[in-house]
Design a binder for this molecule. Sequence first.
Ligand SMILES: Cc1cc2nc3c(=O)[nH]c(=O)nc-3n(C[C@H](O)[C@H](O)[C@H](O)COP(=O)(O)OP(=O)(O)OC[C@H]3O[C@@H](n4cnc5c(N)ncnc54)[C@H](O)[C@@H]3O)c2cc1C
Length: 349
Amino acid sequence: MMHARDFTASGVATHKDAGQLLDQFCARFAEHVIITRSEVGARLETVIGSADIAVNNDRLDIKLRCPTAAMLFTIRSMVAENLFELSTGNALDLNWADGPQPLAIPNFREISVVDAYDVTPHMRRVVVATDDARHFVEGGMHVRLLIPPKGREPVWPHTEPDGRIHWPKGDDALIIRAYTIRSIDLDRCEMNIDFVVHDGDNVPGASWAMTARPGDRAGLIGPGGGVPTARKLILAGDETALPAIARIAASVPADADLRIFLEVADKQEEQPLTSSASMDITWLHRNGAAAGTTDTLECILRDIVPAADPETFVWAACEQKQARSIRAFVKSEIARDPGTFSIAAYWQR
Ligand SMILES: Cc1cc2nc3c(=O)[nH]c(=O)nc-3n(C[C@H](O)[C@H](O)[C@H](O)COP(=O)(O)OP(=O)(O)OC[C@H]3O[C@@H](n4cnc5c(N)ncnc54)[C@H](O)[C@@H]3O)c2cc1C
């Protein structure tokens, strides 16, 4: 049902094989959103809004609906970018009915580093300042961190009339990684972002955190991804999900009931979490196993999710292969209602 605060946009994509393009588009998002196919096309539902896409000969008629203008922008650029990517070699023409889009990306903000320090041996906190911390309070806890090349004046992205984002290229190319805003200090206009310091030769996200110095500039696009609002929650994840789980725990009301399972390398990686709700936290140590190689989280969820009452929301985030197994179990094996879980791949081994 549409309500007064919905933001909508409609567009037409013309492509010689529009039906196949929609099939590919749905296949790409099958793991991440709820897709309902119909005779005319498909409906994609995400936590930030929906897209109805109908095939009409060589056209895709697209209708987007979101609760905020920023979410509408995000979903429009996501639809545009993916349609263009999938139509490589076949001309695609995409026009939005509501005319030219603003040049600036509405949910982009520049940040500068204030401080950086270790929270645990493998978790580094970077404190960043922004002119507009309030912008990051609502709409989700995740951001895309845009890391500019070292020693160059950053060139930030802007939007194209077709809804795509124009990214700087060549020497100005940015590196983009997803992170969670662990906490926001509105009085100081500062935010904490916690980075897992993991192994690897070329790890731009982790390296940015390790070398961050006061005054370093970067960009953020977001926030997005939503925050679960259920009163009863099972939260599970590895170190990359720890900031999100900490943020969820801090945001829930006092009458919420949280069961938390966190897989970390060892005891030294445990962190205190605060919440006004009752929390039952289980720390799981890998004891020497490499991150992303265990099935501990899946085993625990197999044990407790079937017995949890149906209103309990199950939230998990971890390595891609682990997330896929957990999702297959929750979605297919025990066929939980799609609105009662969110299982995300946060990184890929
Ligand atoms: C919505 C969302 C929120 C996230 N929030 C956070 C957050 O708050 N804090 C955080 O630290 N991460 C977070 N992540 C995960 C983070 O985006 C990935 O770990 C990312 O790959 C790190 O980028 P990188 O440049 O360091 O390594 P990449 O260049 O992406 O990868 C280089 C190598 O490192 C390996 N690698 C990547 N991440 C890890 C890891 N965690 N452990 C072991 N090996 C790894 C890869 O397998 C690869 O071999 C989040 C991801 C998502 C999708």
